[in-house]
Design a protein. Sequence first.
Length: 165
Amino acid sequence: MGTANRYHLTTLWQLDAPLGVVWDAIVEPEAWPGWWRGVEQVVTLETGREGGGLGTRQRFTWKGALPYRLSFVACVTRLEPQRLLEGRVEGELEGVGRWRFGADAGRTWVRFDWRVRTTPAWMNLLTPLARPLFRWNHRVLMHAGGIGLARRLGTRLAFQATWSS
C-alpha cells in the first residue's frame, strides 16, 4: 500500500485560558466524551507510573461526521507537564499523537500532531478516492474538540487551524 494510508495532520488551538487548566483538561481523556463531540468512549486499560502518566494505556472510540467509528489503544510514551504529552497508538490507527502546549500573554496554545496510518482494509481500499473526506472528518472532530474545550473551560477559542502534509 505504500504511503497512501499514512496521514500527518496538525491542529492548532489558541484559548483565552491559563495553561494549567488547559493541560488538566487534555490529560484527563476519560472526561473527553463529556465535552468533545465525537469522542464516544475512553477506557483506561492500564494505569501508568504514579497513578497516571507514562505507561498509561487507554482505548479510544471516535465517531466523526462520516458513518464509521475508529478505535485504537494509546500508550503515553512521553510526558513533560504543561509542555508535552505524546502517545503511541495501535489498532485501527497506528502511529504517534503528540500534544504540545505553550502560553503567551494570558493565552494558551495547543498543537496536536497526528502521524498515523489506517489499518482497516475497507478504509485503505477507499483511500485513493476518500482521502480528502477522511482529512475533512478529522478537521470536523478537531473543530468540535476546540469548541468543546473552550466551553468546558468557560472561555473562548481564540483561534483554530487544522492542516495536513
